[in-house]
Design a protein around this ligand. Structure first.
Ligand SMILES: Cc1cc2nc3c(=O)[nH]c(=O)nc-3n(C[C@H](O)[C@H](O)[C@H](O)COP(=O)(O)O)c2cc1C
Length: 385
């Protein structure tokens, strides 16, 4: 394959006045590799630097927790909940910038899906509804999820303030923007979803009520960080704890997508298991395509686009402006460069994340299997995907 085969993927794109060299985005991926205090580490710096050096024009961090109350989802998750955590991100941001990457911090509140929080023993969410299934072993959890406490008005105000303060710290640490994590069943998505949100007050009920918290967070964050800092949002139907959850249909999709887009967002990021599949019964369109018709800002599509031909097809069809790559990027930190140069891709092996999805486990896997993260490493022996 030659570069021209992927002419869309490697064409420049503008995102809020910035010119990006290509449309490849590193998808946010939790690596539970921070210190116990939630600080970013030197290993994390090298990890993120590799993706920028490997050609990703845009990188989104793993979900970062926002406050010292109910937001932390996992032990060893990094935070932006205090100034020491902020300072720990500075070398990571510098390393990515040195390689020319744009770096966006994903801000995440775990809510009911929290399974490891050093600040609280209980969990809190929109309603007292336990997530389905069992906690995620590869993020250090075990057994059923706890039943969360229904958040009070004061809790909700604290959530908004947490996102605002974390966004400010992201800007102070040098990040180019923040992505508000309203996907995969975490707190903002819990508020959007009838499965989690049974409230009858102004934060629930109708679609407008369910949108109220995500919209309040976008507004407050935008007010705090100003116009020149990127603010995006990530949405999905599927949840970590409920992969079958779907929006109620086109009317709800319309209301949710237009609802968030009424706020001052710079992009909308849609994640699905397969970014090209119809979003739900009753439409032929993918989630990204539905969004692109409705939101009026650039759309990032994500889900099973690690095969560059599929990524190119989504861009060529006009379903998205950028594509985010997750698992294939874990296996190939230099995915864009390999694709561009026609080099083989290493297949994703979930053993890389077992028993823990952290960088130490990955390093052991690479050592054991003699597979480098970067094609330029001399010990490259990767088999084609
Ligand atoms: C190890 C791992 C950690 C993830 N952590 C996050 C996260 O912190 N935030 C998020 O929005 N999505 C997270 N995801 C989902 C990915 O961003 C992406 O949506 C998913 O892997 C599908 O894209 P892919 O088919 O390219 O892998 C994670 C996925 C994996 C495999």
């Amino acid at each position: 394959m030659t570069t021209s085969t992927y002419s869309q993927l490697f064409s420049p794109v503008r995102l809020k006045g910035r010119e990006l060299a290509n449309r490849a985005v590193l998808a946010p991926m939790t690596r539970v590799s921070g210190t116990a205090e939630g600080h970013a580490t030197a290993a994390m710096r090298d990890y993120y630097r590799d993706f920028a050096a490997g050609g990703f024009a845009t990188l989104i961090t793993e979900g970062i927790y926002t406050d010292e109350a109910y937001s932390q989802g996992y032990r060893n998750q990094p935070g932006l909940a205090n100034d020491a955590q902020r300072d720990s991100w500075r070398p990571v941001v510098e390393a990515v910038h040195e390689q020319g990457g744009m770096f966006i911090a994903q801000l995440m509140h775990g809510g009911a899906q929290t399974q490891g929080n050093r600040f609280r023993d209980d969990t809190a969410g929109p309603s007292a509804v336990a997530p389905k299934g069992e906690q995620l072993g590869f993020y250090g959890g075990q057994g059923p999820y706890r039943v969360p406490r229904e958040m009070s008005e004061a809790d909700i105000e604290a959530v908004i303030a947490g996102f605002v303060d974390a966004a400010r710290r992201a800007r102070e640490a040098g990040f180019d923007g923040v992505e508000l994590h309203a996907a995969n069943g975490y707190l903002l998505d819990q508020f959007l979803s009838t499965g989690f949100n049974r409230r009858r007050d102004r934060w629930g009920g109708s679609v407008e009520g369910r949108l109220a918290l995500p919209r309040a967070v976008i507004r407050a964050v935008r007010d705090a960080v100003g116009e020149d800092f990127l603010v995006g949002i990530r949405l999905s139907q599927v949840k970590v704890t409920d992969p079958d959850y779907r929006w109620a249909g086109l009317d709800e999709a319309d209301a949710l997508l237009r609802g968030v887009a009424e706020e001052a967002l710079d992009y909308v990021h849609l994640s699905d298991i397969d970014a090209r599949a119809p979003a739900f019964e009753g439409t032929e369109q993918s989630l990204a395509a539905l969004a692109r018709e409705r939101v009026g800002v650039p759309v990032i599509a994500n889900g099973n686009l690690g095969d560059p031909a599929l990524a190119e097809a989504v861009l060529t069809a006009g379903e998205a402006d950028l594509v985010a790559v997750g698992k294939l990027a874990l296996a190939n930190r230099d995915w864009p460069r390999r694709v561009r140069e026609g080099l083989p891709l290493t297949a994703m092996d979930f053993a890389m994340l077992a028993p823990h999805a952290n960088l130490a486990t990955e390093a052991q896997w690479r050592e054991r299997n003699g597979v480098s993260a970067n094609h330029t490493d001399t010990r490259e022996t990767a088999a084609p995907a």
